[in-house]
Design a protein around this ligand. Structure first.
Ligand code: SF4
Ligand code: SF4
Length: 104
């Protein structure tokens, strides 16, 4: 049975996540709105909830936004979180936004 990796959902990792800049999400109105809300919360004291932020899908599960284009290239391999948790050895190996959390 596959085991989910425990990637902490915390600001330090959220800031390193490249999903908001990924071509898969670049034309999504839904993602753009979530990024604006994320910026407000990252600069305030309020905790960021997974449904607020359009990224960290390796920790968090699939994207809630439906207007993304998963035919484009995933940029996860350039991400610090991906490198730290050696996600090149995890499943799915790309497109966590489409396929869900990282697993061993
Ligand atoms: S590995 Fe991908 S989904 Fe996970 S934090 Fe990095 S860019 Fe985001
Ligand atoms: S999981 Fe990969 S493909 Fe999906 S938004 Fe993040 S970087 Fe892009």
């Amino acid at each position: 049975m596959s085991e989910e990796l425990n990637i902490p959902y915390k600001k330090e990792n959220i800031i390193r996540c490249l999903c908001p800049t990924c071509p898969v999400q670049e034309n999504s109105v839904c993602v753009r709105e979530k990024i604006m809300k994320t910026q407000e919360k990252l600069h305030g004291d309020e905790d960021l909830k997974p449904e607020d932020y359009p990224g960290m899908y390796c920790a968090n599960g699939k994207a809630e936004c439906e207007d993304i284009d998963t035919g484009k290239d995933c940029v996860c391999p350039d991400c610090g979180v991906y490198k730290e948790f050696e996600l090149e050895n995890a499943k799915p190996d790309f497109l966590y936004c489409k396929d869900g959390k990282a697993k061993k």
